[in-house]
Design a protein around this ligand. Sequence first.
Ligand SMILES: Nc1ncnc2c1ncn2[C@@H]1O[C@H](COP(=O)(O)OP(=O)(O)OP(=O)(O)O)[C@@H](O)[C@H]1O
Ligand SMILES: [Mg+2]
Length: 606
Amino acid sequence: MVSHPGMRSEKNAGKEGSRRRVPALAFYGYLNRYRTVFVPSLIALFVTAGLSLAFPYYLSKLIGSPTGSPLEMLNSTASPDVSVIRSNINQTVITLLAILALQAFIAYWRVRGFIKAGESALNDIRVDVFSRLVRLPLEFFQGHRAGELSNRVSADLAVLRETLLTTVPQLARQSVILVGGLIFIFVMSWKLSLFMLAMIPVVILAVALFGRRVRAYSNQAQDSLAASGVVLEESTQGIAELKAYSNESHERRRYSDALEDYLLVVNRGARVRALFVSFIIFVLLGSISVVAWFGAGMLVREEITPFEFTAFILFSVFVGASLGAFPEIVSQIQKANGATERLREIMAEDPEEEGTGDVPFEVLGTVEAQNLSFAYPSRPEKVVLDGVSFKVENGERIAFVGSSGAGKSTLFSLLLRFYEPQDGAVLIDGDPAAELPLAALRGAMALVPQDVLLFGGSVGENIRYGSWDASQEQVEEAARKAHAHEFITEFPEGYNTMVGPRGVKLSGGQRQRIAIARAILADPKILLLDEATSSLDSESERLVQEALDELMKGRTSLIIAHRLGTVRDADRIHVLQGGRIVETGTHGELIDAGGTYRLLAETQFL
Ligand SMILES: Nc1ncnc2c1ncn2[C@@H]1O[C@H](COP(=O)(O)OP(=O)(O)OP(=O)(O)O)[C@@H](O)[C@H]1O
Ligand SMILES: [Mg+2]
């Protein structure tokens, strides 16, 4: 018995070490790739934001200018030249309109640029998250329910999208207006400005206080919304079972329960948020009123001019509005941080170890299991495999039989290195499989699984899955050998017929033959065949059996068998029971021995 105590600890140490922290700003870094579009758009945004300050400026000029405005007419005792005033106000409005036109023109390009850069960066993020996700070990997926992960990822990406496309531009824009506006009001009247600024700390404090709580609630809300998404996904995926058991109202209840939870969380958060909003409204508008009152006093004492006063008030409204927008911006950014936290968790998870061998290597086809012991990480207390050892020489055909739950499929998962055994090792051609490059190891094997899942795409693509450079002739040749060609050509669109979740529904036997064709085309050294337990009618069974015989020719074949036809010709049969190999021999030997195998064979319960 060879075990590798050193190997495991080394690997674990490596795992700890390679766990990286992905900083929150990493996602904004994606924008950097599109800086040629993003940076000009950002500059344009600053320009338009600055230009938007022209609006209150010219408006004040129109109303409150000491000369050349209607105010002069009201004030002066001598009658002023009306035509001068008229041309003055015309000029002011024309300048304002010209600035607005310029602003509109720049805004057009800015919006387009932002969307282009933002969506491109988001696509990169989506692709990166996806490619990371599919590289994660199976163990990671076991910890999550089917729909939960995909819902979580898409919900988080949606938040990120909102942030990149709306909040980031908002932040830049409001900052410019805030800073520009403040500078302006200081120029108009520092005294009045200081008076106004005295109000600001109250607002800042409120943002800090409320912000944290709003963030906590929106995280919770996101989670419970994802939970309801899981129900939706499970129900649509299992729609046939759902209907067969008339579970429509049961699922509806499950769905509405989940949504109820969501509503509860949202409502709790709504209280904080609503309080925040009304607080801001009152404080902001209230302080502007107080400032106006104070300013009016200064106007009476002639400490400021009517123009300064008007400009001050208008700018204060602008500054106040942008200040009022900040809580929303902050909470959105906090939300995005919460969302990216989970995306970052995925990015920080260790992908499967690809193995070290960069030497190109050829698998001959000897498979050996040495004292394999294994429990699923999700159920560490249940030993599924308990000291399993066997050896398959190149070109041999070995069958595994045993009752349901004996650990047969699990054994295959270990051979494919979907999981690492807690003890023992798998050897390929005498070398520990754990040291072989993962792609080479899996490339040398083909798995025909117990239930075949077809991917969205054509029949041809599904056969080609794994051998993408195969020609159409090779695909058809493989399909012919797998007895799949006949039924495929009966479809009006032949090999281009769409299958998978959105395509034609194929029967179990048909799907199996597609999987067999896929394996024939892949031409692996080692074949792992997990026979379907569902019984086929005798004609389908004969076709599948013939297809399998064709497939197993000349390769190392490990078969989990449920049919006598498959085991009869096997070089050796291992009987698995409760995670142990209890009997080994040929069909004849085991029948003669009269043990577990004979019992299984007699009841046809392989
Ligand atoms: N992903 C998993 N997480 C936890 N336990 C699992 C997992 N997959 C299988 N098991 C458990 O491991 C045991 C062996 O399962 P396995 O699928 O290997 O059985 P099997 O021999 O292939 O059965 P069958 O003939 O019905 O296909 C079972 O008790 C099963 O509940
Ligand atoms: Mg199984």
